[in-house]
Design a protein around this ligand. Structure first.
Ligand code: DGT
Ligand code: MG
Length: 246
């Protein structure tokens, strides 16, 4: 098995319901407990599709997806999702307070432990400065769809929402794309420091975001065409070289 916090794909191929062609073919990789595995590849290469199989937004027909060494189909929805901190490619905020958004609808009344958790999560997500500048701060209002916060602020709040839940496994789908380089780096450093031992799978477009991952998977047309560290891939993966040098 992959051990606690581990994620493993065993020869997974996947076709969306109603589609003719598989979007993923023979995907195999392991993220062991505490490791960071990054997925990079051009638009449409299948990165989101890989992540979607872990919380079972879709089920595979071929191969196996394992969490903690157990086939994801054997978990209850609740037990599986409790292990995962999924941050989707498009940050989704709802109308309500900052706290309510981070605690995902749970109440985080001022002075409660939940509020403490919200503050901590926002701090890790590098959101303290802008939240404390907002009118009402943690009780400040987020408009429908998050229209009164910027793209990068939205991303930070949706990352804070995942951090708040203290998952064993983080799944970040291009969740750092709207952050400037420094915030991106500081956020990832804070995550490593404060969530010690969490396994992380991170989809990204920027080399800077994934360079220090334990392993990088390069996807092309639904297949893994390269796997290794940044240095290894620079040596021997043409697709990676193209991305890195672009
Ligand atoms: P991105 O986010 O633009 O960088 O692209 P990826 O790498 O995340 O690509 P992904 O996994 O969203 O899409 C891979 C392929 O699967 C692409 O040809 C579009 C197709 N696809 C994505 N979502 C669906 C879906 O819900 N239904 C069907 N039939 N096809 C989908
Ligand atoms: Mg995507």
């Amino acid at each position: 098995g992959s051990g606690e916090g581990g994620v493993e794909f065993r020869d997974v191929s996947f076709t969306y319901p109603g589609a003719e062609e598989p979007v993923l073919r023979n995907i195999s990789f392991k993220a062991r407990k505490g490791e960071t595995v990054a997925i990079i590849g051009s638009t449409g290469s299948g990165k989101t599709s890989v992540l979607n199989l872990i919380p079972r937004f879709y089920d595979v027909a071929e191969g196996e997806v394992l969490v903690d060494g157990i086939d994801v189909r054997r978990y209850s929805q609740h037990a599986l999702r409790a292990k995962l901190g999924y941050v989707s490619q498009r940050a989704v905020l709802f109308s309500g307070t900052v706290s309510g958004n981070v605690a995902y609808g749970g109440s985080a009344a001022p002075g409660s432990d939940a509020e403490e958790g919200v503050r901590r999560a926002v701090a890790i997500a590098q959101g303290t400065d802008f939240v404390e500048r907002m009118e009402g701060q943690y009780e400040g209002r987020i408009a429908q769809g998050g229209d009164n916060v910027s793209g990068g602020q939205k991303q930070r709040l949706s990352i804070a929402r995942a951090v708040y839940r203290q998952p064993d496994i983080y799944l970040f789908d291009d969740s750092f794309s709207a952050l400037d380089y420094r915030t991106d780096r500081e956020l990832r450093a804070a995550l490593r420091r404060e969530t010690g031992g969490a396994t992380t799978i991170i989809v990204a477009q920027r080399i800077g975001t994934i360079k220090d991952a334990d392993r990088i998977l390069v996807l092309e047309d639904g297949r893994i065409v390269g796997s290794g560290t940044h240095e290894e891939l620079l040596q021997d993966c043409e697709t990676y070289q193209e991305i890195a040098l672009s």
